[in-house]
Each structure stands twice: as structure tokens, then as C-alpha cells.
Design a protein around this ligand. Sequence first.
Ligand SMILES: [Zn+2]
Ligand SMILES: [Zn+2]
Length: 362
Amino acid sequence: MASKSDRMNAVVKTKRQLGAEIVNVNRPRITDREVLVQVEVASVCGTDVHIWDWNEWAQRRMKKIPVIFGHEVAGTVIEVGKSVTSVRIGDRVSAETHIVDNTCYQCKTDRKHVCKNMEILGVDRDGVFAEQFALPEENAWINDPHLDLSVASIQEPLGNAVQAVLPKDHVEDLAGKNVAVLGAGPIGLMAIAVCKELGADKVFATAGGFNKVRMELAKRMGADVVLSAKEEGNRLVKTIVDATNGNGVDVALEMSGDPNALRQAFEMLTPGGRISLLGIFEKPFELDLNNALIFRSATVYGITGRRMFETWYQVRGLLAKPDFREKIAAIITHKLPMRDIGKALDLINSKQAGKVVLEPKW
Ligand SMILES: [Zn+2]
Ligand SMILES: [Zn+2]
């Protein structure tokens, strides 16, 4: 239960520069349509790394400073607003981090995840690297109370992976299909597990350097072939095309944000295939669209967020399977106390970690 004090610990981005501070702040006040959540486990996302590092993206994107950052979470509801009807005190919840207005053109045409007036938890408003946080009722996803809290905390990025694999309803399924996943960061790894669970034939995974940790994890997720993009170099496309009887892959998932990987993703795609782009590119670059996309008749999906809330139901269904759940749990390589947030960020920047989760120990 909430402590009697009106104050709590939080990781706050206090200045427009590298790093953040642990600060004693006021506990959040909820509105009638919000719930107050006690944080049990939070997970660190690439976005948090950008905010901590204060890279160009963060400098441009972050309007509200000071802000409590962090958005991937599992927690328990300890207070509900007057008008809340679907969430109760004691519910175990995770957060859909896109907070939408429900009134704009996108929201009214079944595309809430790209709401024009969207606020993102831990970016535009106070997030979850804190003892407690406020969340609109609509954004509280009620978890199975038996779901491991660390796994529950990474459902949001798992949703990104699921959306990359199944970008919409009625997209052709993966049973018997060949898939390439380019990039073996946490969401790439999750995507491998999702593809295998959905019956993909061969899954080819590529990792950037000679990243042993990530390549091992890619195997653990069920990738049939794991390749080092660095080692393969220009041979990478041929290696994968040869392994698919010369056809190329049916589906490619670009998870790295590396322009070269994107070019290779198109080159290894069978004509008429589909590709999902999730990796964020640092800056604009040149791409031969004629050959990459047009003459290949490729279908391209830009992936951001999760479909609200179809993707969450898909995630729930997948996590109900013990084998799949164990795989996803294996992506979590480190559990640290919240006070070691700096260490957590260093671990992620070293690329020697899968997912790093934080416990509310201050
Ligand atoms: Zn995230
Ligand atoms: Zn909207």
C-alpha cells in the first residue's frame, strides 16, 4: 500500500544533458479516469538509453524537463479514480504507453497507435522509474496474476515484436514461411521467438558484430540460422537466398536501424514478399527504391507502438504457452535495483545484455 508520506523516490531527467538523478518528489495525483500503480518491476528500453545519453533524438523529442522517465512496467493498482470502472485496486497491470485522445482522425478510424495528439509515458509525461505512477484507465492492461512480474514488464516491447510480425489483421500467416530477422537486440530476439511460435519454417537471424551474447540468445529463441552480419559482409544475402532454394525469404523484419541491413533485407526478400521496419535510423540515407521495392512488388509496413489493443491480446495468447514464456524470460539477462540505473544503462550500451529489468529498491 501507499506509504503515508506524500513523497517518493523517482529517477528524474532533471537537466538537458547526459544522465539523470534519483530525486525525492511528490507522489502522483490521479484524475477521475486514472489509476495509481505501485511499481513492482520496470524494464529499460532503448528510448530510456536515448533519454539518459541525451542524444540528438532526445534533445529534439523531449519537451517536458524535469520528467520521470521509464515506461515498461509491471505493477499493482493501489488507487482508482472516481470514474474508473474496468480496473480495480489490487489488479496486476502493465502499461500501454501510448496515451491517446480518442477524438482525432486516427483514433476515430481504428488507428489509435498513431494518434495525432499522443503522449508517451515516460517521455511526454511522468513515467515508471519511480515508486508509483499515474496511468489512464484505458492504458492499464490487466495481467494474469500468476504471470512472472519481470516477464509482465516486457510485454510492451514484446507487443512491438508481435506487431512487426503481424502488422495487421488478415496479413498472411507465417506457417511454413521463411523469415529473416535483421538485428538481435531485445525486440529482434522476441520477434524470432514469435515467428517460431507461429510456425515459421526457417528463421534467419543476423546480429551486428560478433555479439556472442545476442547470437546465443537468437539460437535460444529458436532461430534456425544465426549469422554475424559483420563476418558475412556482402555474402549475407547470398547465404540466405541459397538456403531458401534461391527464392529468398517471404518476410523480412528490419530491427537494427542500420541502412545496410535494410538494403540487404530488401535484397533477400522474395518478389512479392513483405517487410516490416521497426529499427530507427540515425539519419536519412539513400536507397534504390526501384530495385529494392517497386520492381520487387514488396509490401512495406512501418511499425510503431502496438495496435490498441489487438496486439495486447496476441501477446497474452502467446505468453499463455509455457515454452514461449520461458524463451521470453531468457531475454532478461540482468535484474538490478533501481538505484543502479546508471549501471543498467552502461550494460545496455555495452550490448552485452538482453533485457535489463529494475526492481524498486532505492
Ligand atoms: Zn519501450
Ligand atoms: Zn487521437
